[in-house]
Design a protein around this ligand. Structure first.
Ligand SMILES: C[S@@+](CC[C@H](N)C(=O)[O-])C[C@H]1O[C@@H](n2cnc3c(N)ncnc32)[C@H](O)[C@@H]1O
Length: 224
């Protein structure tokens, strides 16, 4: 199983840096505002919740919140942020969700499916998300657009990986519904470099020269 979350120490030993990275992302808060607007009174699955970037917004607004993630370390951090006793967290692989059919009104997944590099596993994960979604429910994916300084730093402007993944989403019944011009804003350049080193490696981190990094975000929707 080729999975970024298994390759990257960022989700395990060094997940303090993943936490800083995640907190610096969507600095304008527009994704958060969008999620707030659509999540009111919904039964929500946060698929690959990580350390709970959007937990506060989703939990506050929803009828019920369940966060799932492969990494128990990530889940532990998310749990410390939960405010409602009804919120639940499950450490599991998305490809085998221990959840009933047609349960959720809304599934949110921010920067997750693209980290599942094994295509068969990614398909299984998506199949599971569709299974647990209610008829008329929606899956909302928060993803990277193809052109931004962030993509250039990671070399994805040249290797086309983001483009291939975004095309995969369209092929799998998602529509692009929104593009948001945003940026990462780290507290310091040193933090920015350390986060990029932990997550993407030394070579990428040496290209980071500013604590503010342009990041264009795409929102995709699947309507069952
Ligand atoms: C880039 S992080 C995004 C986390 C969070 N959604 C956010 O916006 O900060 C990707 C997350 O997906 C999780 N993940 C990757 N593959 C997974 C899988 N097959 N099943 C469940 N979680 C997975 C990782 O453990 C990690 O927490």
């Amino acid at each position: 199983m080729k999975n970024l979350s298994q390759k990257s120490k960022a989700y395990y030993q060094d997940n303090d840096y993943y936490e800083i990275f995640s907190a610096s992302e969507d600095a304008r808060g527009e994704v958060g505002t969008f999620l707030k607007e659509i999540s009111s009174n919904k039964t929500i699955l946060d698929a690959g919740c990580g350390t709970g970037k959007y937990l506060e917004i989703l939990e506050n607004n929803s009828k019920e919140y369940i966060g799932v993630d492969l990494s128990s370390e990530q889940i532990k951090k998310a749990q410390t942020k939960a405010k409602k006793s009804t919120s639940k967290f499950i450490c599991t692989n998305l490809k085998e969700l221990p959840l009933p059919d047609t349960y959720f009104d809304l599934i949110i997944s921010s920067w997750v499916l693209g980290t599942i590099l094994d295509l068969e596993e990614r398909h299984l994960a998506l199949k599971e998300l569709k299974r647990v979604l209610k008829p008329n429910g929606k899956i909302i994916l928060v993803e990277n657009a193809e052109n931004s300084s962030f993509e250039k730093l990671r070399g994805h402007d040249l290797d086309g990986k983001t483009k291939i993944y975004n095309n995969w989403l369209i092929e799998n019944d998602f529509s692009l519904i929104k593009t948001i011009d945003d940026y990462f804003l780290f507290t310091s350049l040193k933090d920015a470099q350390k986060c990029f080193e932990v997550i993407y490696g030394k070579k990428v981190s040496t290209k980071v020269v500013d604590r503010k990094i342009e990041h264009i975000i795409n929102i995709y929707e699947y309507h069952k």
